[in-house]
Ligand binder design. Structure first.
Ligand SMILES: Cc1cc2nc3c(=O)[nH]c(=O)nc-3n(C[C@H](O)[C@H](O)[C@H](O)COP(=O)(O)O)c2cc1C
Length: 198
């Protein structure tokens, strides 16, 4: 059967996807919430084993960005301990304020279907790639950050995540002022593939 889709366009979305950072965003220009909902609905279509749908999203927008800025810098300051670096605070405070939306991404364990944890992380990673590709298709910039408070046990509760769940990172989104000027660098796929045909 012929494809119903424009494959050239799809390939070009995937190939041209880049991480775009908040300092590359148009300051103060908000993405309509309807677009964010569509992006999240695309994330919600990610493949997942046993229908566990482990991804959870907390969306910060409008005044909520200031709240997130304060929240993550306070959690970092309070719990970083020996790893505390003053220089990190600046981005934790400023990046949310340069963004249109920030989406905290959690992986919630399904109590009935205890799959291997890796499967739930893989499913949530698929949801993240759907966010990346959707943002690209909409002409938006964004990137996944796993810095700051991502791996702080104490941060989980703020995102309705329990001890067995995981906070996987924060997706920053905005309109692009300064686009990436080249495709993302990759070593040839041939170096990573082995074919067996007989
Ligand atoms: C799991 C994961 C975690 C990441 N964490 C960070 C991060 O903490 N800080 C950052 O600057 N970029 C982060 N990135 C974005 C990468 O830097 C980016 O994907 C990489 O440089 C390749 O560029 P590209 O996305 O434009 O292809 C992360 C990406 C992934 C997939």
């Amino acid at each position: 059967m012929e494809s119903n889709f424009n494959v050239d366009q799809f390939n070009s979305i995937v190939q041209s996807r880049r991480s775009v950072f908040p300092y590359q965003f148009i300051p103060g220009k908000a993405v309509p919430d309807e677009i964010i909902w569509q992006i999240l609905d695309n994330a919600n279509r990610a493949p997942n084993h046993k229908h566990t749908e482990p991804w959870r999203f907390t969306v910060f927008a409008g005044e909520g960005l200031q709240r997130f800025s304060t929240l993550q810098s306070e959690i970092y300051t309070r719990y970083a301990g020996e790893k505390f670096k003053e220089a990190k605070i600046k981005n934790l405070v400023e990046y949310p304020l340069m963004s249109s939306h920030v989406i905290a991404i959690g992986m919630k364990r399904n109590e009935e279907n205890k799959l291997p944890e890796s499967e739930e992380i893989i499913a949530t990673a698929c949801a993240i790639e759907n966010i990346y590709l959707s943002a690209t298709a909409y002409g938006l910039g964004g990137y996944l950050s796993t810095g700051g408070i991502t791996y702080f046990e104490e941060a989980k509760a703020y995102f309705d995540l329990g001890p067995g769940d995981r906070l996987l990172g924060f997706f920053y989104l905005g309109y692009i002022a300064t686009p990436a000027t080249s495709l993302s660098k990759r070593e040839p796929v041939k170096e990573k593939v082995k074919w067996i045909k007989n």
